[in-house]
Ligand binder design. Structure first.
Ligand code: ADP
Ligand code: SF4
Length: 694
């Protein structure tokens, strides 16, 4: 949006080409492999997504994992497959989309070994040893220990897949040994590999299979494609797991065999920590010094959104290539914006892992910051381009939370005259409030990016401290009104367990998250926090209460704290943090009453009651839309024509409370669709329906 001022010479180093074996990347911006929940099911959507990254300036754009053989697949998760020729047309679409914009295409070949339950193929999984499958879902399946024939087969399968990948146009072909998702890591791991033959025991033996497969791959495709190794350098479980000293030995043994080293933390929940648990560049300590063990380029990640931080990685000799997954999701045009000197147009990743939840729920990727993510093909949404307005509608947006801010921004970009009215002094709505809670500061970027963009658009007028009534709205003289007035937390215990309101007696102070966010803390010391929301809010407020010196008892009807954060890879981090903070955790129980200095809970299986002492009860339950203004305007429907109003729409939490990502998406969608005929009887998006076999 800003006029191009040209690149700051400080960032020149990021735009240097880097040689990767037989190929050369045009710059150091490297989109590392990342999942998207679309994979083999949505091939055109994936191709478009990757093509847009290339258009946005990334030098390398990689696929997510591509399963190389039907004997190792991770159903129900949806990744890519390169099992045989049948998979190639879909992959060719992706390489073509990437090449069209001058980037190199990389593919992460994967054989998941003891991480693949093979629920679809029903083959017996293979691993270094006889061990249970290590999936998120603890499938009742074991991998069997491979014999020499299995090893020979695996090497051939990997080689064949590499040849197919080369033939379909991939410039970089991975040997994947990371995230706990790959058989080559399982062989490296002293814990998983208990073999007594030449593939087990000493590190030299445990590296053998990885070495052989790298050699096979280089021999097969190395003349035209770079061979990358993605290596887990630390499993973060101490010396029992792969750790830095061991990774140093592995790299020392293999040094210059591959064309590129891609260094990661393992498992995925450590590699993709949210901003609540790790800041930008948090992997640096784990990879520093590893580059010095090889003459080949090294790529690593760190949720890099700042070009200065990126430059430091290169000048300090930590990394050669700046690996990004999430920053490239939040802003596919990050490299171009740096190239054009448009740093304040960068849409910085907030580190929430909503993107990861797409993969974990097998649904198309979504991003809190970038509402077009996953919608590039099926809705034709481009992250940087939006159609000019279809008519001259003037729009009043009420409420400057994520939904209202995004609606105003995108409507403004289309050229509409927009008025944005916000009741409070602060823009950002729930994001403004939540960003002040422990660990959530980066979430303020949802507000900051939008406010920054809105400030640049002369056709958007922003009014703060303007709580509008129905009469105010009727007096505005606009044709379209968007109500993005948000929601509030319930005070009656209704959520998933209780669908009927609870009655509370005197003697226990009742609070909601809104009270805490408004600065009100419980008066007493003993606080029971009842979390029937199961996302982040309960645990974040538990941290807040502990910081305020309260004794916190965390009650949840689920069998673990913050259950849904499995989908954001945070659950283990959250439960550990609460335990370390001394929070008492009570699972599989629901609060059933409070009064007289006690809270009653019942077992979710037997309904057996129990009481414990409490001064206060914090209810993190459901929310209700703040839709009073909407209903007042509906009641005044007869006055709309005189007021010139044709349309009043609720969006975001004011329609139905959900995630911040959903609110941003709702605002964006409204702006995109203004002036078009609504499609409601058929899907308003493209989809690919499997072709029937003969
Ligand atoms: P969402 O997530 O849907 O964007 P939020 O709760 O974050 O919702 O934001 C709603 C915003 O709307 C809040 O900043 C709130 O102060 C503002 N708001 C609510 N009612 C009114 C009103 N009548 N006039 C102006 N602003 C309002
Ligand atoms: Fe970043 Fe969140 Fe978007 Fe993922 S969903 S890219 S973590 S802002």
């Amino acid at each position: 949006m800003t006029a191009a001022t040209g690149r700051d010479p400080r960032y020149d180093v990021l735009f240097e080409p880097v040689r990767l074996g037989p190929v050369t990347t045009r710059n150091r911006f490297y989109q590392v492999p990342h999942c998207n929940g679309m994979g083999y099911r949505d091939p055109s959507a994936v191709a478009r997504l990757r093509g847009i990254k290339a258009e946005g300036g990334w030098g390398v754009v990689c696929t997510e994992q591509a399963e190389i053989h039907h004997t190792s697949e991770i159903t129900p998760f949806i990744e890519l497959r390169i099992w045989d020729e049948a998979d190639l047309p879909a992959l060719a679409r992706t390489t073509a989309a990437i090449h069209e914009h001058g980037a190199l295409a990389g593919i992460e070949l994967a054989y998941n070994g003891m991480n693949g339950p093979n629920l679809m193929s029903r083959e017996v999984p293979l691993g270094p040893s006889h061990l249970p499958i290590a999936t998120f879902t603890a499938d009742p399946v074991q991998a069997r220990a491979m014999d020499k024939t299995d090893i020979a087969n695996l090497r051939r399968w990997h080689r064949n897949a590499a040849l197919r990948a080369r033939d379909v146009g991939f410039d970089i072909i991975y040997v994947y040994a990371a995230h706990g998702f790959s058989i080559f890591q399982h062989f490296l791991s002293r814990r998983a590999n208990t073999r007594s033959d030449e593939y087990g025991g000493s590190l030299k033996n445990r590296v053998r299979l990885l070495r052989e497969v790298i050699e096979d791959t280089v021999e097969a495709v190395g003349a035209t494609s770079a061979v990358a190794v993605r290596l887990a350098v630390d499993e973060m479980i101490g010396p029992a797991g792969i750790h830095k000293a061991e990774a140093e030995e592995v790299i020392g043994l293999l040094a210059d065999l591959p064309d590129l080293w891609d260094l990661t933390l393992s498992g995925w929940e450590n590699d993709s920590r949210t901003s609540r648990f790790a800041g930008e560049g948090a992997e640096e300590a784990f990879v520093t010094g590893l580059k010095q063990l090889t003459s080949k380029p090294v790529v690593g990640v760190g949720r890099f959104t700042s070009p200065d931080a990126m430059v430091r990685q290169v000048t300090k000799g930590v990394l050669d290539l700046i690996g990004c997954a999430r920053p490239s999701i939040a802003d596919p045009f990050l490299p171009n914006k740096i190239a054009e000197g448009r740093l304040d147009d960068i849409r910085e990743c907030i580190g929430c892992n909503m993107c990861v939840s797409g993969d974990m729920t097998m649904s198309p990727i979504r991003c809190t910051q970038n509402p077009t993510m996953g919608e590039e093909w099926r809705r034709g949404w481009h992250p940087e381009r939006i159609a000019p307005k279809a008519n001259d509608a003037r729009v009043l947006v009420v409420g400057a939370g994520p939904a209202g801010l995004e609606a105003a921004r995108a409507l403004g970009l289309r050229g509409h005259d927009v008025t944005l009215a916000e009741a409070t002094r602060d823009l950002g709505g729930r994001v403004h409030r939540e960003a002040r809670l422990p660990g959530l500061a980066a979430w303020g970027r949802v507000r900051d990016y939008r406010v920054g963009q809105i400030d640049k658009l002369a056709n958007i007028a922003v009014f703060r401290e303007s709580r509008l009534t129905a009469d105010d709205v009727l007096g505005f003289g606009v044709s379209h009104v968007v109500l993005a007035t948000g929601s509030h937390w319930r005070r009656d215990g209704v959520a998933r367990f209780h669908l009927e309101p609870m009655a509370f007696s005197e003697g226990v102070e009742i609070l909601t998250p809104d009270d805490l966010m408004a600065g009100r803390l419980p008066m007493g010391e003993a606080v029971t926090l009842y979390d029937d929301d199961h996302y982040y809010m309960g645990s974040v407020l538990a941290e807040r209460l502990v910081a305020a010196g309260k004794r916190v008892t965390f009650v949840t009807p689920a069998s673990e704290v913050a259950n849904w954060t499995q989908a954001t890879l945070e659950q283990g981090h959250i439960q550990r943090r609460l335990l370390e903070l001394g929070v008492e955790i009570i699972t599989a129980r629901a609060v059933s009453g409070a009064g007289g200095g006690e809270v009653e809970t019942i077992c979710t299986y037997t309904a057996r009651p129990r009481r414990h002492a409490a001064d206060a009860l914090l209810l993190v339950t459901a929310r209700l839309p703040d839709d009073a203004l909407y209903h007042a305007l509906m009641a005044a429907h007869a006055d709309w024509p005189t007021a010139g109003i044709t349309n009043i729409t609720r969006i975001g939490d004011a329609l139905a409370p959900a995630t911040i990502a959903a609110a941003v998406y709702a605002g964006h969608r409204f702006a995109r669709e203004l002036g078009t005929e609504p499609v409601i009887d058929t899907p308003p998006f493209l989809r690919e329906v499997a072709a029937l076999a003969d």
